[in-house]
Ligand binder design. Sequence first.
Ligand code: SF4
Length: 242
Amino acid sequence: MTNDYPPIKDFIESSFLDWPGHTCAVIFLPYCNLRCPYCHNHQLVLKPDTMETLFLETILERLTALRHKIDGICITGGEPTIHRGLPAMLKIFHEAGFGIKLDTNGTQPDILQYLITEGLVDCVAMDVKAPLDDTIYARCAGVFVPMSIIKRSIEVLAAADVPTIFRCTVTPTLLAESDVYLLAKGLNDLRTEGLVGQDTAMSLTLQNFDPANPMEPALKDVKPFTEKNLSRMQEQINRILG
Ligand code: SF4
């Protein structure tokens, strides 16, 4: 193995939650180009050197032993697409016979396009942090993100022939309920703008904020939305996106 593969910082052998409809292993890659205040993986983002690096050979051996229990691998982070060696790593997993689900923040549309074109991913979940507005997006991502990049990633995924999942983590002090509807409307408008086909099905799944261990310590005191409120918001979003 060469040093070109991204370092693996954590590994879960079996998860029912990370790839809907699948039982998958989960592989965590370090570093991220965003600084979302609610991020609960911030050790992986900010201090990955304090975490052990796992050998790819060892992971492959475990995956082979787990083959009867899992039907895929979820690659998450951090942000996997910032690693130049990601395609080579995905190729190894694919050649070993595993399907791949990729989690991404959607800031590397050209990489996403490449991975899809090369057939290296079987499902992609993209976190859309906020309405497609520079100011609100920067508040939720912790850094400025050009909206052209986010829109391009959505365009790439909407046109892809692999299942895609758009998700948004809702943190009450960062996103008002009205912002969530603005995001759904913005996604819908991409159809009008021609970036997404008129008949392309799009959905947005809300995820509740978890105050247990956020990157921004002040958020520990923030109460998440109630499940009832979250369900109501999800229903409204489903209506907006048709
Ligand atoms: S939540 Fe934000 S900062 Fe954390 S890994 Fe995801 S994109 Fe990066």
